[in-house]
Write a protein that binds this ligand. Structure first.
Ligand code: ZN
Length: 326
């Protein structure tokens, strides 16, 4: 036995070195893989969303399968401008500016990002999702540098912003960068602008690049869209603004990113899903939603399911029904 043991020793040593070499090689390989995955996250031009795969499945629900157990909810003319899906731009103005219910974001924010001051107001609808989005971003990157510098704006404030811009750039250029009073999404309380604020007291423009690219790419998972995409400025009327996030809610943000649509296109797209005709079915993870549109002010809704109604601020209402998991 003793002899055998002695004989095996050099072999064991060799085996040990082979294993060690293999482990080092493996670690280096995994390290390189991790590095290439991380660098993949940063590849791509800022402002285009059509390379994101959201994993949702879209299908049409045929009219013969539509639940007959419906009732109606009566809407007032003001309701047309209420809800997460209101379209607001320089052509479709917002009329409920002074009635926007908002809270000071400072009182609701998590400690993983900054808010410029207590005067940054937002609709309370967005606070939880904003916190989750920026908390997850912090967990992924360790960065707590995002500074929310703008939320709800009054008509007068937007007017002063717009007039300042006109003085500097002239009317044509100004309207590309600053919405006209009444035409800003900030009137709804559903939009926020980011800047960057560093521990040493300096600040910088938020451009959605580098580490921040993943924030812009993943915003849809929290119900937000990067509203003014570079490739959509002819439709939105606003130049690329990587710092402007608009809340539209789930699953709408998923669909918009999956189909590479800006809000102007999405509102048009939903009109084909008129109540009683084909409805849009959205499935992702273990959730399913049914979406339809109506121009009726008595909006048909299911009797026995949870739903949300949003005006589109143009010509009708979008109903989002939470259906059972498929
Ligand atoms: Zn903005």
């Amino acid at each position: 036995m003793g002899k055998k043991r002695r004989k095996l020793r050099p072999g064991r040593l060799l085996l040990f070195f082979i294993l060690l070499a293999g482990m080092i090689y493996g670690v280096v390989q995994v390290g390189q893989k991790v590095q290439s995955v991380v660098s993949n996250l940063h590849i791509g031009q800022g402002g285009t969303t059509n390379d994101i795969n959201t994993g949702i499945v879209l299908s049409n629900r045929q009219p013969e399968h539509i639940n007959e157990k419906v009732t109606t909810v009566s809407m007032s003319s003001e309701d047309l401008s209420c809800g997460n899906l209101v379209l607001v731009n320089n052509k479709v103005l917002y009329s409920l500016i002074d009635q926007t219910e908002s809270v000071s974001l400072f009182d609701y924010k998590s400690n993983k990002y900054n808010v410029k001051d207590k005067n940054v107001l937002v609709s309370q609808t967005v606070t939880d999702s904003l916190n989750r989005m920026l908390d997850d971003f912090y967990s992924a990157t360790g960065l707590s540098t995002v500074n929310v510098v703008s939320g709800y704006r009054t008509y007068e404030f937007q007017e002063s912003l717009y007039q300042d811009e006109v003085k500097q750039k002239g009317e044509t250029q100004a309207s590309l960068w600053v919405a006209k009073p009444g035409g800003s999404e900030h009137h709804t309380g559903l939009a926020v602008d980011f800047s960057l604020f560093f521990k040493n007291g300096t600040s910088a423009t938020y451009d959605g690049s580098g580490d921040y690219r993943q924030l812009n790419d993943n915003a849809y998972q929290y119900g937000f869209i990067v509203r003014y995409d570079q490739s959509k400025s002819e439709l939105t009327g606003i130049a690329y603004e990587p710092w402007h996030f608009r809340y539209v809610g789930l699953p709408h943000s998923y669909i918009m990113v999956e189909k590479n649509m800006c809000l102007e296109e999405y509102i048009d797209y939903l009109r084909q899903y008129e109540f009683g005709k084909e409805h849009l079915l959205v499935t992702y993870e273990n959730k399913q939603y049914e979406i339809y549109f109506t121009t009726e002010t008595d909006v048909p809704v299911p009797k026995d399911k949870e739903y949300e109604i949003s005006g589109n601020n143009v010509d009708g209402y979008i109903v989002t029904v939470f259906t059972e998991t498929p």
